[in-house]
Design a binder for this molecule. Structure first.
Ligand code: CTP
Length: 211
């Protein structure tokens, strides 16, 4: 099965939300799972757009990569990259941002409080968009009640599939992963594997739907 002639959009990595000109709020995502999916999709013949937060990974062969920093920039880049046949939102997007201070916050302050506002939910926006891809896939990063939370998240965000990821045990930044694939048909338990193996299996399934 191939993805010849298909456009596949992948988001990967963390986002960085600035606090001031020198500081950011980040998370532990390495981008490895998303980059592996982009690589596998390109190897299967797709035209791949990879929208990457700040990571230190090389661009997989044949992949068109767009680097962004913040959730807002990632949302804009995703909407600009449409239309696509399938979107796989692997990025660990920040859920909140702060209005960054114009100058470096000095430690002479006795206390510092930050005022957080929610970021845009890129997956939910894409689901509601007139250009919604035929296959929309999210990754649910959970540390408790993994399946129940991911099942609810699939419905709430309007994704076709949600890949449930237990990130309580070193998955973020690690080389291996263990996931459940959640669809309207139910919950599949996938064997543990390298992030490349998980990517190959997911891309195989995507090709099965799109071809
Ligand atoms: N996501 C997104 N935009 C956001 C937050 C998340 O597109 N602002 C996407 C992620 O890329 C992922 C899915 O939504 O595919 C689930 O992300 P996750 O962090 O697990 O869920 P949240 O919506 O952040 O929910 P919570 O933090 O309550 O678990």
């Amino acid at each position: 099965m191939t993805l010849d002639g298909k456009h596949i959009l992948v988001t990967a990595g963390p986002t960085h939300e600035p606090i001031d000109p020198v500081r950011v709020i980040a998370n532990r995502s390495s981008g490895r799972q998303g980059f592996a999916i982009a690589a596998a999709a390109a190897a299967a013949g797709a035209r791949v757009t990879l929208i990457a937060g700040p990571v230190t990974l090389p661009t997989p062969p044949g992949v068109h990569r767009i680097d962004v920093e913040t959730a807002e920039q990632m949302a804009d880049a995703v909407l600009r990259a449409l239309p696509c046949d399938a979107a796989i939102m692997v990025a660990a997007v920040a859920d909140w941002r702060v209005e960054p201070a114009a100058n470096k916050l000095k430690k002479t302050r006795a206390r510092l409080s930050l005022n957080f506002t929610p970021t845009r939910d890129i997956l939910a926006e894409l689901s509601a968009s007139p250009q919604r891809p035929r296959l929309l896939i999210g990754f649910a990063a959970e540390t408790e009640d993994v399946i129940a939370n991911a099942v609810a998240k699939r419905e709430r965000k309007g994704a076709d599939w949600m890949v449930a990821n237990d990130v309580s045990t070193g998955v973020m930044g690690g080389a291996r992963n263990r996931v459940n694939l959640i669809s309207a048909a139910g919950v599949e338990d996938w064997p543990e594997g390298s992030k490349e193996e998980i990517a190959a299996r997911l891309v195989e399934r995507i090709a099965g739907i799109l071809s």
